[in-house]
Design a protein around this ligand. Structure first.
Ligand SMILES: *Cc1c(COP(=O)(O)O)cnc(C)c1O
Length: 389
């Protein structure tokens, strides 16, 4: 195979079909393009998929959803919220939106997930909440995290941006015993609405607060006012809320992406299994698999780490992969390396040895449902070529 003349294979692509397109067109033709019947259907379908008696409310990003969730569980100015350093900046920035402080902790060397012992060591009088991030689509040690939270009276807000769908010991992330869980439908996630997110909880008070704060702190949303018999012009503002609602044009996509999510997962699982088999024996550390029965990996990402004997740096590896026509990425540049978090909180690399070393060696290979077998063959051949095998 001639690796250099093939078309460029991007790192990620959404998988949008005719069903999504027709449903978006239907929203456009209906005359109702903002939050309305399609959003309500998407919320109901999503809650039913997650199960366990949860309610779901759609928002215009996971970042917005995390902000709403933290506000709803009572995070206030001066509080501390424990987050992994190995995450996207959204996990931490939402804490600052409320005037509280993200406290970064190190992660597990096998899974890159937040470590319960590191959480325990970071708890102070000011700690209010923990945000576990299910890195790449593998659930955190939620039994241990929920036990610590109960012991110390802390709230647990799950950043499930990668975890759709992820089972943890037989229960889907979203229906675990945390306070609230937030999913992302950003363009490169396992299902997409272009931009969007979902807040999921079985606590009626949290859902009620998120619903009000999602739309300016107004007690009735526009569709409710449009369809209800009480006069449409009347509403009450009960809090200084936000503007985080999902439009029906986006929910239209989500309705059909959700219907396909199990088929998407099967394809991702097959692709991950192929990478596992055909990259075995190379100087690479391949991604961790779930340790418990009844748990799965959502395979949002396929992160590998170059071992020292690979004889090539991570940065050179990515440049050379691009020269061979293949897009790779890095998950994540840890928060302690980002100027805002490093400088605001005096964070050093030595405080996060696992996350720091993981970052230096990590490459995320392309894995998405629109990749063909030939595309994956190309990726595998390129990796083997760069590693001299
Ligand atoms: C993508 C992502 C987010 C943010 O999702 P948006 O929907 O883009 O706001 C948050 N946390 C993690 C870990 C992510 O990967």
């Amino acid at each position: 195979m001639n690796l250099t003349t093939s078309k460029f294979l991007p790192f990620a692509l959404p998988d949008i079909g005719e069903d999504e397109i027709n449903e978006v067109v239907d929203a456009l033709r209906s005359g109702w393009v903002t939050t309305g019947p399609k959003t309500r259907q998407f919320e109901a379908d999503f809650a039913a998929y997650i199960g366990g008696g949860v309610e779901a409310i759609a928002v215009n990003s996971a970042t917005a959803g995390l902000h709403l969730a933290l506000e709803a569980v009572g995070v206030k100015e001066g509080d501390e919220v424990i987050v992994p350093s190995y995450t996207f900046t959204a996990t931490a920035e939402v804490v600052r939106y409320l005037g509280a402080h993200p406290v970064c902790v190190d992660v597990d060397p096998a899974t890159f997930n937040i470590r319960p012992d590191a959480i325990r060591a970071a708890i102070t009088d000011k700690t209010r909440a923990i945000i576990p991030v299910h890195f790449a689509g593998l659930a955190c040690d939620m039994d241990a995290i929920i036990a610590i939270a109960r012991e110390h009276g802390l709230k647990v807000v799950e950043d499930a941006a990668h975890a759709m769908p992820t089972y943890y010991k037989g229960t889907l992330v979203g229906a675990l015993d945390s306070d609230v869980t937030v999913f992302s439908f950003y363009a490169n996630k396992t299902m997409t609405t272009g931009e969007g997110g979902m807040v999921v909880s079985r606590h009626a008070d949290i859902i009620a607060r998120c619903k009000v704060m999602r739309l300016h702190g107004i007690s009735r949303d526009a569709f409710d006012r449009y369809t209800s018999k009480t006069p449409a012009w009347y509403y009450e503002v009960v809090a200084p809320g936000y503007k985080y609602n999902m439009p029906d044009t986006a929910a239209a996509m989500g309705i059909h992406q959700l219907k396909k999510i199990d088929a998407f997962l099967q394809k991702r699982e097959a692709m991950a299994a192929r990478y596992d088999a055909e990259l075995a024996g190379l100087p690479l550390t391949l991604p961790a698999h779930p340790a418990d029965a009844g748990s799965n990996h959502a395979w949002h990402l396929y992160p590998v780490r170059l071992q020292p004997q690979a004889g090539i740096s991570r940065d050179d590896f990515i440049v050379k992969m691009a020269e061979l026509g293949i897009g790779c990425s890095v998950h994540f540049i840890p928060l302690h390396r980002q100027p805002v978090w490093r400088d605001s909180y005096g964070l050093t690399r030595e405080q996060f040895p696992v996350a720091d070393a993981a970052f230096e060696a990590e490459v995320t290979l392309p894995l998405y449902t629109r990749m063909s077998d030939d595309d994956q063959t190309r990726v595998i051949a390129a990796v083997r070529q760069l590693l001299g095998q």
